[in-house]
Design a protein around this ligand. Structure first.
Ligand code: HT7
Ligand code: ZN
Length: 889
């Protein structure tokens, strides 16, 4: 496989204006007739028409109603003798494909007797020959024909214009999409489905029909998805003035899906995980994820569908922006300032535990990559989450109103076009002349072109005589693959200063008027090093830097423990309050990891424990916020701070810290449990979800402590809770408390749980995942996982099920990194096995080993051996080959 380079982009030599597709749907042999009107692009030298295809059977090609010569060049169908000149040409191509054999779940496939498509990024070429690239936008008409009894519902993008019966028990439906679109947004669905329907009127007074299609029996689990969709429509109108541009907007759920969901124009296809919810089967996290994913796909209708990407290197144009929009949506829906902060903390945790390692590892790439071998490998946390942070910084540099103005200009300029990340920033800057973004636009663009996480170093110096505080900010960024030298970034640093007792200090930069002083402000770092001098500072301050995580950087500052305790107790910025707790936790973890001998039971000092006690007792703090403060930095985040990682040591130290919190705060955990165990009638709102989360943590802590003391009361309570909980959040929390503490009651509870939910695929996924993520006692998790692979309910072909068991195990550091290398052998075997079924899923699993070079011996050599064994396989997919080659480089 060869790499594709961004610098090689050329406009298409042909355009496709219209496409008329007719499908005769049959699982074994689906016939596809494609009639296209194509024309030469006059701006490009005349060339043959090269259409992409993949695993298709070509039956016939006709040009302007007659036969034509053609040739095949690899997978491409090449038409060299098309009429010259700029007149449109009518092209007719007849192909067949075999959806039932499609285990890659790209193109047209069958899941549970229903036809689905997945075309992003390059799946349309598995349906018919086409210019399968996002900058070729066409008008689509689609006719579906199929057995009426087996496939009573026939859906495609746009509006249903005709339907009726055919001979032999077949029927048809004709759909016309009123908007032109790239092929990756095409979709069809055919099967036995039912829909929850909702009519709405937009602010603009237009009527729309919203539909959520699921399998019969699942209808009562669609209420939350429908509510989320209605909220999304209203939010996009209110916040950005963007209205739904279709009469009908459909969501369809499938249990076989490679990712979360897909924003096909007017016909979104979703993983069931992000649609189906009832209080009996879904947790609060599931409810929140559904709201966020429904929002995300809906927001793509403008940021992705109306304005799309010129090429796949620009993927973050739509993904980073749409993640930013769904994050803002979730924050606005959550309501209170504290709830917004909790959402921000959750998002930053993902960024730091998953994206930062990616940015420092073999798959590091800029938000706008320069090359790729397999585009499916670039649907990454860098494109999505870091991309969203880059959009957020632009938002912060121009302000909320300025950003809305920029978005307006972006749509005025580019509606109906396929554009670049540069076009986006240009619009935001042009709408905000004079803003720091406009002033530094060229430099700001380095966030798109340079990979790696910048380190922001802050040094403060207080001059008591002059009453000044000098803050020196400097930045650096380590080399990444292919980028040895980095130029300075534009870094917005939101900050404040506190007195030692936690009072805010008014911020007056030297030369500024005292009247302009504020308690929080944004500094913009553009140089490698810059000094900011604050006047009228009455005492040596505690700096609160990078408030709300105003830039995706690693902040280095020599905070004393006392500084951090002050920030934790008093900072007006809840993000930095939480951040202080994490810095302290990390500090103690790193110290204990570096110490020699067994991990001590007393890692956390008394003042930290007391600070945690105060947090748990504080009536003014939200339960969800308390829960986050009491969550120690993850093992992968701790590991990232180390030059060489002994994963068992990291695991043991973190476990010891958790045990210490369990034991030292036992009375508080008991009070928390009592105060929060009953949240009344179930509602997945922020406040009650936070209380359930905190109660769940308390129960887990109490069971851990019980396991140590031999107490049977708390495991008994957890077992009872597993039996009689009124919602899945409480039930799962109790079950995982038993499993995590290795209670003798865990096995029985797991069996009961299985018996109760064996008909529900999404709940069974939780059941598998919980066991694969269990604490390892003497190497018992791997044999348990192997036994579960033989369970009647395990199917490796189903991505959700494979992720729930295999991925969960491989991400369970304490159980996976074994001195006997058995975890790595298991990983290699599964990557190879899954690659033969579904390369996209396999390459995600392959990435578990991204950071193997940081491992200490004996893990490092064993990991290398396992990776080399995968690399030695002759028939690896491009997907896995790219990941493995980079890992070994
Ligand atoms: N834009 C969607 C990406 C996606 C996808 C990509 C590759 C293979 C399968 C896929 N399913 C969905 C999802 C999104 O970001 O909204
Ligand atoms: Zn997306």
């Amino acid at each position: 496989a060869t790499a594709i380079y961004r610098a090689d982009y050329e406009a298409p030599a042909w355009w496709i204006d219209t496409v008329d597709l007719t499908f005769d749907l049959d699982p074994a042999k689906t016939r596809v007739l494609s009639k296209m009107r194509v024309r030469r692009n006059p701006e490009v030298p005349a060339q043959a028409l090269r259409l992409d295809g993949d695993e298709l059977n070509l039956a016939r090609v006709m040009v302007n109603g007659g036969g034509t010569s053609f040739k095949m060049d690899g997978d491409q169908l090449v038409l060299e003798n098309l009429p010259e000149g700029n007149e449109p040409v009518e092209l007719e191509i007849f192909t067949t494909c075999a959806p039932i054999k499609n285990t890659k779940l790209m193109g047209l496939y069958v899941s549970e007797d229903t036809f689905f498509t997945q075309c992003e990024a390059e799946g349309f070429r598995r349906i018919t020959y086409f210019l399968d690239r996002p900058d070729v936008m066409a008008m689509y008409t689609v006719t579906l024909r199929a057995s009426k009894a087996q496939y009573p519902v026939l859906l495609s993008n746009g509006n249903l214009v005709e339907s009726g019966d055919l001979e032999d028990g077949r029927h048809f439906a004709k759909w016309v999409d009123p908007h032109k679109k790239p092929s990756y947004l095409f979709a069809l669905v055919a099967g036995n489905l039912v829909a929850r329907e909702q009519k709405i009127k937009s602010r603009a007074g237009r009527d729309h029909l919203l539909q959520v299609f699921v399998r019969p029996g699942d209808l009562e689990k669609t209420e939350h998805a429908m509510n989320s969709l209605m909220h999304s429509v209203a939010w996009d109108e209110a916040r950005f003035g963007l209205s739904l541009d279709l009469d009908r907007f459909m969501i369809v759920a499938t249990s076989d899906f490679n990712m979360g969901a897909m924003e096909n124009k007017g016909l979104n296809i979703f993983n069931t995980k992000y649609v189906l919810a009832s209080q009996a089967t879904a947790t609060d996290t599931d409810y929140a994820n559904i709201e966020s994913v429904v929002g995300h796909e809906y927001f793509h209708n403008w940021t992705g569908d109306r304005v799309t990407c010129r090429d796949w290197f620009q993927l973050s144009l739509k993904e980073g922006l749409t993640v930013f929009r769904d994050q803002e949506f979730s924050m606005d829906m959550a309501g209170t300032a504290s709830a917004r902060a909790v959402k921000r903390i959750d998002d930053v945790r993902v960024l730091r535990t998953v994206q930062f390692p990616e940015d420092a590892g073999p798959m590091a790439h800029p938000v706008r990559p320069d090359s790729y071998i397999e585009i499916n490998n670039f649907y990454t946390v860098t494109i999505y989450e870091k991309g969203a942070e880059v959009v957020r910084m632009q938002h912060n540099l121009v302000g909320r109103e300025g950003f809305a103005k920029g978005m307006k200009l972006y749509f005025e300029r580019h509606d109906g076009q396929a554009v670049t990340c540069d076009d986006f920033s240009q619009a935001i800057a042009d709408a905000n002349s004079g803003s720091p973004l406009a002033q530094h636009l060229q430099q700001f663009r380095r966030w798109y072109s340079q990979a790696g996480t910048p380190v922001l170093k802050a040094v403060g110096q207080y001059d008591a005589d002059a009453r000044t505080y000098t803050l020196t900010l400097s930045q650096s960024c380590a080399p990444t693959v292919g980028q040895a030298e980095k130029l300075p970034f534009v870094i917005p640093v939101q900050m404040g200063l506190l007195t030692a007792s936690g009072q805010p200090i008014a911020l007056q930069l030297q030369g500024e008027d005292a009247a302009q002083a504020v308690a929080s402000r944004m500094l913009v770092l553009t140089e490698a090093e810059q000094r900011f001098v604050f006047s009228n500072v009455s005492e040596a301050p505690v700096p609160s830097l990078l408030r709300s995580f105003s830039a995706p950087v690693v902040l280095e500052h020599e905070f004393s423990d006392a500084d951090l305790l002050t920030l934790l107790a008093h900072d007006s910025d809840p993000f930095n309050q939480w951040e202080a707790s994490q810095r302290l936790g990390l500090r103690y973890a790193l110290k204990a990891i570096a110490a020699s001998g067994e991990a001590s039971a007393e890692i956390l000092p008394a003042d930290f424990i007391e600070a945690m006690r105060r947090v748990l007792r504080d009536d003014k703090l939200d339960a969800a916020f308390k829960d986050l403060v009491l969550t120690l930095p993850s093992e992968s985040y701790i590991a990232e701070q180390l030059a060489e990682v002994d994963p068992q040591r990291v695991h043991a130290v973190r476990e010891a810290m958790i045990l210490q919190l369990a034991s030292a705060l036992q009375p508080e955990w008991e009070n928390i449990w009592e105060a929060n165990r009953d949240t009344g009638a179930y509602r997945p709102d922020h406040v009650s979800a936070g209380r359930r989360a905190l109660a769940g943590r308390a129960l887990s802590m109490l069971c851990l402590q019980a396991a140590r003391t031999g107490d049977t009361v708390w495991p008994g309570k957890a077992y009872q809770r597993c039996k009689d909980a009124g919602n899945m959040t409480d039930r799962m929390a109790a079950l995982s408390a038993l499993v995590y503490s290795a209670s003798p009651l865990a096995e029985q509870a797991l069996q009961r749980f299985h018996a109760l939910f064996k008909q529900d695929a999404l709940v069974l996924d939780k059941w598998f995942a919980l066991q694969a993520a269990a604490s390892d006692r003497g190497g018992d998790v791997l044999p348990a996982v192997k036994a579960l692979m033989k369970h009647a309910d395990f199917q490796i072909k189903n991505p959700n099920r494979a992720r729930s068991l295999i991925f969960s195990y491989c991400n369970n550091a304490g159980a996976f990194h074994r001195a006997d290398a058995a975890g790595y052998v298991f990983w290699a075997d599964r990557v190879i096995e899954i690659d033969g079924i579904n390369p996209q899923v396999a390459s995600r699993l392959a990435r578990v080993m991204d950071r193997w070079k940081k491992l200490t011996e004996p893990y490092r050599s064993a990991a290398r051996q396992a990776i080399e064994r995968v690399a030695a396989r002759p028939n690896l997919s491009n997907d896995v080959r790219e990941v493995i080659t980079r890992a070994l480089a």
